[in-house]
Design a binder for this molecule. Sequence first.
Ligand SMILES: Cc1cc2nc3c(=O)[nH]c(=O)nc-3n(C[C@H](O)[C@H](O)[C@H](O)COP(=O)(O)OP(=O)(O)OC[C@H]3O[C@@H](n4cnc5c(N)ncnc54)[C@H](O)[C@@H]3O)c2cc1C
Ligand SMILES: NC(=O)c1ccc[n+]([C@@H]2O[C@H](COP(=O)([O-])OP(=O)(O)OC[C@H]3O[C@@H](n4cnc5c(N)ncnc54)[C@H](O)[C@@H]3O)[C@@H](O)[C@H]2O)c1
Length: 492
Amino acid sequence: MEHYQVVVIGGGSAGMTAAAGCASLGAKTALIEKKSSLGGDCLYYGCVPSKALIDAADKVHTVKQASAQFGYSLSGEVDFESVKEHIKSAQDRIQKLDNTQRFIDLGADVYFGKASFLSPHEIQIGDHDVITAEKIIIATGSSPVIPAIKGIEEVPFVTNESIFDLDALPSELGIIGGGTVGMEMAQAFSKLGSNVTVFEHSDQLFTKEDKDISTFMYNVLKDELSIRFNAKVTEAQNNNGKIIITLDNGESVTVDTLLISAGRKPNLDSLQLAKAGVAMKNGFVEADSSFRSSQPHIFAVGDVIETLPFTHAAGEEAKTVVTNALFGTKRSVDHHFTPWVTFTDPELFHVGRTEQQLKESGASYKVFRAHLDEVDRFITAHSSRGFVKILTDKKGYILGAHAAGKEAGEWMHVVVFAMKNKKKISSLSQTVYAYPTKAGAIQKAADLYWREKLFEGPLPKLTKKFFDLKYTLSLMKKGASFEYEEKLHKNH
Ligand SMILES: Cc1cc2nc3c(=O)[nH]c(=O)nc-3n(C[C@H](O)[C@H](O)[C@H](O)COP(=O)(O)OP(=O)(O)OC[C@H]3O[C@@H](n4cnc5c(N)ncnc54)[C@H](O)[C@@H]3O)c2cc1C
Ligand SMILES: NC(=O)c1ccc[n+]([C@@H]2O[C@H](COP(=O)([O-])OP(=O)(O)OC[C@H]3O[C@@H](n4cnc5c(N)ncnc54)[C@H](O)[C@@H]3O)[C@@H](O)[C@H]2O)c1
């Protein structure tokens, strides 16, 4: 039976980072992945295919719009196989960076098979191998939740794990869930030519964003998609290859493809956590701020714990857990400074607290808001829908920043840097931004701080008094020298 200093379970974003870190520091490390290759959700069913699909859809949409505007004529339809090839080639290129050999070269052993605990230090891989470990890092990620809808198991629905393998572009696409996955996919398929209907059971899209952001996005998206709020899907039926969706108000909608994107649940079913004595909380692995579980030698990072379910969050947690597991440090990650981006068009950027959270906590805060139609770069690009808002405390320290705007995910990160380094909003205003760039929107919002301080406080009254006095003195001086000159003139 092979013994390891560290065993990492799960070869996705978190697991690969943790295993590479442990092996690079010289610990005898094993990485176990249940699928036949490393990469996890992000590479195969998440970030990478979705962003490549969005890229293809954006290109198709831009070409259609530009040809209509600038006098070209365009014919034909989207070749969905080429779209899939566009996705696959991005995945292939990224997979080369995550290949098994890289981990072997770092000195780690890589096992392919489903891991489950036999005891707190023993792990079974598939049906055969059993290995033992001093320290264990669980990084098994998450999977789509399938809501309890009558007949759902009888219809050929897709999830993020199968939508990128569709044989053809859906003609009528139904989506259950108007969150991040649902809306990124809804807009991309709509741009490619599908008719899309979103069924969201709450009364807003993007429930983790402030109401002004989600209302703004609804107003943009309602022209491209059909969006049903308060939509309780009660039944799904198979009808000669079509799927009939029935809502609780009795209405029914027929689609040819149904995507379920109704949230995520951690992958824990096959792990047999009870045999390791690892506690769970709200369905996730319970972990303290240094990612240690209820068993002191077992840690957990990524989507399997209740923090932020993003690739960059998983990566940062994994980097941090390496020294905690190997050397007993107690390092943590402050996700208050971890941003996220929703890759719709326009994009949504989010870091720190929302206005709603600040209101609920009773904190006093200020809002500095700039609209993109005041920023020349957005005007010249003819994409000036959206706004930036920066939330600060009374002294100007940044509590959160949010934006809806073209490529907001690319130009908003300077705010994260300022926030993390405890800079005030005034420092964002005092930075010189090249003209005309989209980052100018940050300066527009931050400049409001000075406007308020300089032009709306007592200062303008004081400076007015000062300039009035100066003017009077200069007149008096002028008057005196005029009289003197006149006297001189007379004496001559
Ligand atoms: C459609 C979609 C789009 C997304 N887009 C973005 C984005 O643009 N940006 C972003 O930051 N995040 C995005 N995410 C979220 C991101 O994919 C996840 O947060 C990230 O993959 C989590 O990493 P992880 O390592 O925790 O889990 P995973 O990447 O899921 O890795 C877990 C791994 O563990 C393996 N595993 C599970 N159980 C076992 C077991 N018992 N034994 C062995 N191996 C096991 C799995 O096969 C998997 O390979 C997206 C998610 C989805 C669904
Ligand atoms: N750009 C990115 O970084 C990105 C992109 C996609 C996904 N992700 C990650 O993946 C996670 C999961 O995304 P998601 O969209 O599956 O979850 P989500 O929590 O973002 O959205 C799920 C939506 O489904 C709705 N819903 C739940 N049950 C429903 C039902 N029965 N009928 C109708 N609506 C229902 C919820 O109200 C919610 O609006 C996200 O939280 C995010 O962390 C990130």
